[in-house]
Structure formats: C-alpha cells, structure tokens
Write a protein that binds this ligand. Structure first.
Ligand code: PLP
Length: 390
C-alpha cells in the first residue's frame, strides 16, 4: 500500500552554514560589493585548488562556456561537437556565437559520457571544437578526445559543471582541455547561488576572457581603486559576465568545504551502489569506482518500457523526490526547428534519456536516508512493474 509521507527527501540541498552567512554579511558591511578583493581571492583559491594558471570568476557556467567559445573566434561557418545528454547551456553557448552545435552520441548505458568514436565520425572541414561534459563527475576519455583534437586542430572545452574535485589519471577535470568551465548554481557540488568559473593554462586566452567578462575594458574598478590605473580603453565588444563580492565570498567558503563534501558524497554513493547492485530491475551506469569522482548526482536507468513517470510519482508518494538528467537537447523544439534535429539521430542518448532517473544525493544526507531511498525504489519498481489487470 502506498502512503503519503509527511516528509519528502529532497533531490538536493545546498550546504550553507553560519560561515557562509558571516562571509556574505562582512562583504555587505564593507561596502565593496563588486569586483574587489573577494573575487580575486576566490579566483586565486580556485586556480590553486585545480593547479591551473588562470581562473576567472563569472556570473554562471553559461557565461563561462560562452566566453570560451567567443575567444576561440568561432562564427556562422563553424561547427562545434557537443553531447546531447547535458543541460541545454552546453549547446546554447555554442549557438550564441552563430556556430552550429553538432550533437554526438554517448558510449552506452554503462558510460553516459560522449563517445570519442562518434565524435570522430562527426568531424568535418567546418569543425572547430569539441565540448565534453563529465556526466555526474565521471571523466570523459580525455586521452582519446585530446588526441582527436590534436589530429584535427580542434579546441576542447570541458564543461566541468558536475566535476569540481574529480580527477582523471591524477589530473583535475577542467584542466585537461584548452578551457574548463564550472557552475556554482544552487544544486551543484559547491554553490554561490548563481555563479561560475572559467579556467585555462593559456595566458592569451585568459587575458581575452578576463577582458570580455567586463565589457572588453582594459582595466577593472579594483585596479583603479588600488591606483593601478586611472582610465581604460575598450578594445573589444565585451559582455557583463561579472560575479559580485557576496558570491565570491560564498565561493571561498564553499570551496573550503568542497573536499569534505565530495568525500561525503562518495561515501553515500558507495552505499547507493552497494544497494543498487542488488536490484535486478535497474541498470547502474559507470560501475563501482568512485574514488576520484565528485559524485554530483546519482543516476540509475530503468529497464525498457518501465513507465518512468509512474515510478517518479510513486517515489514521491513514498517521500522521495527524483528528477531527470536530462531531456536530450537535440530534441528540444529550438534544435529541431533551427538545425533539423530528429529523433533517431542519437539512438543511445535517446534510449537512455527515456529511462534515466536521478536519486537524491547531497552531503548532509545520512546513511538511513540512502536506505530509505533504496527501499522506496525497490517498492516503487515492484508496484509499477507489476502486471496490470490481474
Ligand atoms: C548547471 C550546468 C550548466 C549551467 O550552469 P549555470 O551556472 O546555471 O549557467 C551547464 N552545463 C552543465 C552540465 C550543468 O550541469
């Protein structure tokens, strides 16, 4: 029997404590609200954390992705290969430049990341770049992607929105391609409510992205306050993609929390994986090794034909909120109408996106919460999968 639970275990909860409150309050009281010392400190700390030369804080990962493509100088003649199993911003940031996103399929139900073979297959004389998304924080096969990119003279952008703190062969994700982009949106592993970071080891790209973040101006307020500059020139048509001091202050505290929170996510994920491996009604992608993974989300795949909406509704009745990562980008109306995308183009992505279900995962969950979700999932699957009309 299904009973409505008085509480609902949410899909995610940000980990915000008194340190964050204190940090934001201090900024507000200081009167220096934008482009000051906090932004610089946050950037330095993030660059240091990743071991990368440049980190530029921006208003969102979408802004970070757009800056990355913009400084590569792509336009209407160009194509950039992207996954479809991602948040829409991975593709729309390419569209902003006038270039065409070319969608590539994923590897399979055991690995939801972009398939380097399918990427290779879609390279044309117009291809300029490749965007990879490290789904849930599991690394894309970067050796293959970087090799392909090198062979064809392409740039690589890592959308590392899921992956702060994930490693690939000992290298932090986001630092392997030419540019790495991070999101600090509310539901990410670390948050500034809204915010993002773009990172690179390329001095020239960093200088251009920094300038483009703030209207294409050659100096920023902070330089002028410190007496480093008295005026500025505008050299390019830039944007306002700045982050503010309150968010940067939040980011500094959240970055400090990230290693412990990621560790906590891994422990919970291991509990999930142990429990889920005993459930014959679902497939668990990516296998069991999570030691270098940020564990941004906990995805599972239902078996063919099982009604996902019914499972989600049943889980909700049992007090468990779930979601979907993601509806496939290439089948959104905009992409169908503007680029002629059709179902059948990416068979594996289309199959998986009908079956994927994301379970609650966040650091302040306890082991009993995981047990509750596992138990509810088992019951829901049995209820929903039961033959009807008997
Ligand atoms: C969250 C997310 C984004 C967008 O991040 P914003 O900071 O909200 O712009 C882009 N790509 C992926 C994979 C994401 O998960």
């Amino acid at each position: 029997m299904t009973t409505s639970s008085p509480f609902t275990l949410r899909l995610f909860e940000p980990d915000i404590g008194s340190e964050e409150c204190q940090a934001v309050l201090q900024v507000l009281e200081s009167g220096m609200l934008s482009m000051g010392a906090m932004v610089e400190t946050f950037e330095d700390a993030f660059a240091n954390f990743l071991g990368v030369r440049h980190a530029i804080a921006v208003s969102s990962a979408t802004a970070a992705l757009h800056l990355a493509h913009h400084v590569m100088g792509i336009g209407v003649e160009d194509e950039v290969i992207v996954p479809s199993l991602t948040f829409v911003a991975t593709a729309s940031s390419v569209v902003y430049t006038g270039a065409t996103p070319i969608f590539a399929d994923i590897i399979g139900e055991q690995d939801l990341n972009i398939d380097p073979d399918d990427v290779a297959h879609r390279i044309t004389s117009r291809t300029r770049g490749i965007v990879v998304v490290h789904y849930a924080g599991y690394p894309v096969d970067m050796d293959r992607i970087m090799h392909l990119a090198g062979q064809h003279g392409l740039y690589v952008v890592e959308d590392a929105s899921h992956a702060p703190g994930s490693d690939y062969h000992g290298k932090p994700l986001g630092t392997i391609g030419h540019v790495g982009c991070f999101s600090f949106y509310t539901n990410k592993n670390m948050t500034t409510a809204e915010g993002g970071m773009v990172v690179t080891n390329d001095d020239n790209l960093a200088q251009r992205m920094r300038r483009m973040r703030s209207h294409g101006m050659t100096t920023v307020t902070w330089d002028r306050i410190r007496g480093h500059a008295y005026s500025y020139d505008v050299t390019d048509l830039g944007f306002n993609y700045r982050i503010d001091e309150m968010r940067a202050a939040l980011g500094i505290v959240q970055l400090n929390r990230l290693p412990a929170n990621n560790k906590r996510r891994r422990i919970l994920m291991e509990n999930y994986l142990t429990g889920l491996s005993q459930n014959g009604m679902i497939v668990v992608p990516f296998g069991l090794g999570v030691e270098d993974v940020s564990c941004h989300i906990c995805p599972v795949l239902l078996t063919d034909g099982m009604m996902r909406e019914s499972v989600m509704a049943d889980l909700r009745n049992r007090g468990v909120q779930t979601s979907i990562h993601y509806p496939p980008v290439h089948l959104f109306s905009l992409y169908r109408e503007r680029y002629g995308c059709r179902s059948g183009m990416l068979p594996i992505t289309e199959d998986v996106t009908q079956r994927e279900l994301t379970l609650p995962l966040y650091p302040s969950m306890c082991e009993a919460d995981v047990e509750h979700v596992l138990d509810a999932l088992e019951k829901s699957l049995t209820t929903v999968a039961a033959p009807k009309g008997i």
